[in-house]
Ligand binder design. Sequence first.
Ligand SMILES: Cc1cc2nc3c(=O)[nH]c(=O)nc-3n(C[C@H](O)[C@H](O)[C@H](O)COP(=O)(O)OP(=O)(O)OC[C@H]3O[C@@H](n4cnc5c(N)ncnc54)[C@H](O)[C@@H]3O)c2cc1C
Length: 467
Amino acid sequence: MQSITYDVCIVGAGISGLSTAAFLHARQPELRLLVLEQSRHPGGAIETYGASGYQAEWGPHGFLDNCEESRMLIRLAGLEGEVTTAPLGEFVRYVCLGGRLRCIPQKPLQILKEPLIPWSAKLRVLADLWKLPLTGEPTVAQWVAHRFGPALLPFADAVFTGTYAGDIERLKIDAVMPGVRELERRHGSVIRGVVAKMRGAGRQPSATKKTLPAMTSFAGGMARLPERLAAGLAASGALVYGNGVHGLLRETEGWRVQAEQGEVRCRHLVLALPVNQCLELLTPALPTMPPPLAAIPEARILSVLLGFDQRARIPFGFGYLSPEREQRFTLGALFSSHMFPGRAPAGHQSLEALVGGRRHPERLELTDAQLIESVRRDLGQLMELPEPSFTAVLRPRSGIPQLEAGYTELLAWRQRVQAADDRLHLCGFGWKGIGINDMTKEARKVALRIGAQATVGEQDEVKGVYF
Ligand SMILES: Cc1cc2nc3c(=O)[nH]c(=O)nc-3n(C[C@H](O)[C@H](O)[C@H](O)COP(=O)(O)OP(=O)(O)OC[C@H]3O[C@@H](n4cnc5c(N)ncnc54)[C@H](O)[C@@H]3O)c2cc1C
């Protein structure tokens, strides 16, 4: 590496680091950028699997197309022609209730129209209008039960199993849905808050007909996105692989970054890393500002890919999720070959069953054969499945950050650290969300902050909740 001072050094070539680089380059091509990546390939948690005509994902399967920053990124990567979508409006999802798959509406409030819960429980939801906000740091389960009643807990469980592989008895509502919690505080009720928000946006609550977003991936799988973003950077020498960063030193004019292949000086330092990897690297560099937590918990999952011929009766749709109270081995499954074309060879179908999560890390210790057997037994009770013609067990390296006790304090610490040093930028897996759209939004904020293009607000967004 040359002994120049870079304008920006980005640590990590996952989607957060690569999007930050892409947004920066698009606005300020004159910037001297350097991305340092410890592994030999880009993408971090995003990795696509392919064998015998089957395609699956170690990490994310897609992201919703309702995020401007992610759409922008697809354009910057030149991948518009490879996009493949599965609209939420067309693909149903299932929740396992009482030992069978029940088709559920994509938007949680519409559950109230379905015969999935008794009338008394539906009426209980209206108690939200007069329930006082819970103080302190309630868990998702405590908050849902308090505001809407315990009958909605299995549905909340399914939502947070599907996103965090988490445990609603441990995830904190202020951490996972800060925007909704803010609505509740301001209006004294979530329902009143949502109605006020719609009125504020000039829409009549009754006349709201919002189109549902679509799940987005690429014909070659999710890895296409980091691959394309990284290719240009690597070709110009702005991305160096096999160059893990192990030390950071604050200097008058910026930062000194100590990496495997030598030292780098930069004016702006971006740590585009999962929360725990960021804390490990940054804490020694900030002796006067120690973080309130040394690390946060992570949930690990694995997926069992099963391929079948046409005899398998996999229901049409995205897949299903199973709340913990169903006591099943599998957290849920994605019906991959229904979702996106080209995921199974001609005349075949595939599904990816998810195992483990925050509640069942012990299941990750099982052998491949035990996992395949247990998943087959479990799924065989829910749908008609013949002998699989293909099996594989995918064990992702990345864990999913869990936003539990103390997380909101950690987020406030991040804000203080960035306020104290406008040349230090923290984004990445678990900082303000865990999904790809969260990552691209934060990456864009970092790019704007560096370019001083705008004052970046920290207001919490009210995100849609979809199954
Ligand atoms: C199993 C699983 C399923 C998921 N499913 C979905 C989904 O369906 N939809 C969705 O939207 N999101 C999903 N996600 C979340 C999504 O994958 C993440 O939001 C996103 O990939 C995080 O990107 P990142 O760049 O912040 O972190 P990472 O992907 O972890 O990238 C960080 C990079 O930094 C590198 N690095 C680490 N330390 C150093 C160092 N010291 N020096 C240099 N380099 C370093 C790593 O090698 C890595 O390449 C899933 C995640 C997992 C694990």
